[in-house]
Write a protein that binds this ligand. Structure first.
Ligand SMILES: Nc1ncnc2c1ncn2[C@@H]1O[C@H](COP(=O)(O)OP(=O)(O)OP(=O)(O)O)[C@@H](O)[C@H]1O
Ligand SMILES: [Mg+2]
Length: 156
């Protein structure tokens, strides 16, 4: 459940290869709570989908986890946990508040589903919202990424 009591912001930064990023996603998935949101930020090919797939797999989803770029939202039901997980890719949105409302994304973000969002920059105030930002940028080699994890527990 969302914690509104704590003002805490937790930060972590490390340099990870693909399997390191997948392990991190798995770790976060195993402690996921209803209503958690993960804002996956990074340029084209940074590793946002790689993170999202590993996260969803760690919750027990087998089978294909397609990139939601064209449909913008894929939904998975984790029945053992009574959990719905949305994997959104907002790349194709223009990002107006009206558009997010009209497409039902605000409603999903307000629900108790777990939401993974690629291209969260389309939501202009996403850093102020409750949730975890995973910021992925270039690392020291083509196979490594600097990964910053920042929880905003006090957001709305
Ligand atoms: N350390 C790393 N972490 C994640 N991906 C890596 C890493 N090193 C190399 N890669 C490669 O980078 C690519 C990342 O692709 P991915 O689809 O996850 O990126 P994306 O951020 O979702 O891109 P898009 O903006 O197109 O949605 C993959 O081919 C992956 O194998
Ligand atoms: Mg992607």
């Amino acid at each position: 459940m969302r914690s509104t009591e704590t003002q805490e912001v937790q930060r972590m930064m490390e340099e990870l290869d693909v399997s390191g990023l997948e392990s991190l996603a798995g770790e976060l998935a195993r402690s996921v709570k209803h209503g958690d949101r993960f804002f996956l930020s990074g340029s084209l090919g940074a590793g946002k989908s790689t993170f999202a797939r590993a996260f969803i797999r760690a919750l027990g989803v087998t089978g294909a986890i397609p990139s939601p770029t064209f449909i913008m939202d894929s939904v998975y039901s984790i029945s053992e946990m009574g959990l719905e997980v949305h994997h959104m890719d907002l790349y194709r949105l223009e990002g107006s508040k009206e558009e997010l409302l009209m497409l039902g994304f605000e409603e999903i973000l307000d629900s108790d589903a777990v939401v993974l969002v690629e291209w969260p920059e389309r939501i202009d105030d996403f850093r102020k919202r409750y949730g975890c930002t995973v910021l992925i940028s270039n690392g020291g080699s083509p196979h490594s990424r600097r990964v910053q994890v920042e929880w905003n527990m006090a957001g709305y």
